[in-house]
Design a protein. Structure first.
Ligand code: FO1
Length: 308
């Protein structure tokens, strides 16, 4: 059976994929994950978006945060704090095991895509979760106080600094991870998850070859707006878009994707934007995109799959 390919950021994407993996066989899912948020903390390689999707599909994610593990403790972080180490990034004790394992395997020369397959298999995740690239790509955020790495801007400074621009260091030299381009070319359907178009989907599209493959694939491509009524359901997308001189609107998201998306999914509250999006040459699907519970997640996933 042909695969359904999804491009995914963190928590918003994971919520949608949780619904999708319950209405189609999870083995059919090929999930391309953003790795430009990856960071080195306490000498460990942390891949937040990969882990958020993996933990969610494994049924292990922290229910309130969406990232990290449910019921985790933070004794190691507290002990690090006593030693004078920085503790602004909340790494739980069991979560740390993932980062220790990943870091050790990377040091052995194993590519991130293979390590991700190993962790997925160990946690019982049947969907294929693949980093966008095995090569390092890092989001750098330009603020009035200078350029900083993504997690410093997002977590340490709580996304307070105004974003003037972002760049994805290393993207131009990065190669798509093994299987990514073939999956896009031969997919039954492709879904851009409701993630931040600038910092979550943007880095995936910046890996040479991926955007071109999306433009030329025979598969229909749907994108779900992460903005509802001009506001992000989760995260700083709306504020970030405004400070970068873009409109904080679902139709602006559609415009960012107009060269490769066939079906744009708008929330019911944004039904008034249908003519604007249609004029860009896309079909629209108006649905409830607020995934407040499992029923809503599955209903949205079903509506998107049917539209494709
Ligand atoms: N987000 C936070 O807002 N604060 C944290 O302390 C934090 C820790 C963390 C640990 C592991 C992990 O996988 C993710 C974590 N996140 C945290 C989420 C992460 O910073 C962002 O959600 C993504 O990078 C954006 O998609």
């Amino acid at each position: 059976m042909k695969q359904i390919v999804a491009l995914a950021g963190g928590v918003g994407a994971a919520r949608f994929l949780d619904g999708l993996a319950r209405i189609v066989k999870p083995q059919r899912l090929f999930i391309i994950s953003n790795t430009a948020d990856d960071a080195e903390l306490h000498g460990l390689h942390v891949s937040p978006d990969l882990d958020t999707v993996t933990y969610t599909l494994a049924g292990l994610a922290h229910p309130a945060h969406g990232w990290g593990l449910a019921g985790d403790s933070f004794q190691c972080l507290q002990a690090l704090g006593r030693l004078g180490a920085e503790t602004w990034f909340q790494l739980g004790d069991r979560d740390l095991a993932t980062h220790i394992y990943r870091t050790e395997r990377l040091r052995q020369g194993v590519p991130l895509s293979r390590i991700t397959a190993e962790t997925c298999s160990a946690l019982g995740v049947r969907a294929k979760v693949v980093p966008m690239s095995d090569d390092p790509v890092r989001t750098r955020v330009r603020t009035p106080r200078g350029e900083i790495d993504f997690q410093t801007w997002f977590v340490r400074r709580r996304a307070h600094d105004r974003v003037l621009s972002v760049r994805f260091a290393g993207a131009a030299q990065a190669r798509p991870a093994p299987g990514v381009l073939d999956a896009i070319r031969s997919a039954a359907a492709i879904i851009i998850c409701p993630s931040n178009p600038i910092i979550s989907i943007g880095p995936i599209l910046a890996v040479p070859g991926i955007r071109e493959a999306l433009r030329s694939t025979a598969a229909a491509v749907a994108a779900i707006s992460p903005l509802v009524g001009g506001r992000a359901l989760k995260g700083p997308a709306a504020r970030m878009m405004k400070s970068m001189g873009l409109r904080a609107s679902a139709s602006q998201v559609a415009e960012l994707y107009r060269d490769f998306v066939n079906v744009f999914v708008l929330d019911r509250r944004d039904a008034n934007l249908v003519p604007e999006v249609t004029a860009m040459g896309m079909r629209t699907l108006v649905a409830n995109t607020i995934m407040s519970d499992l029923h809503a997640k599955k209903a949205l996933a079903r509506a998107v799959v049917e539209a494709l």
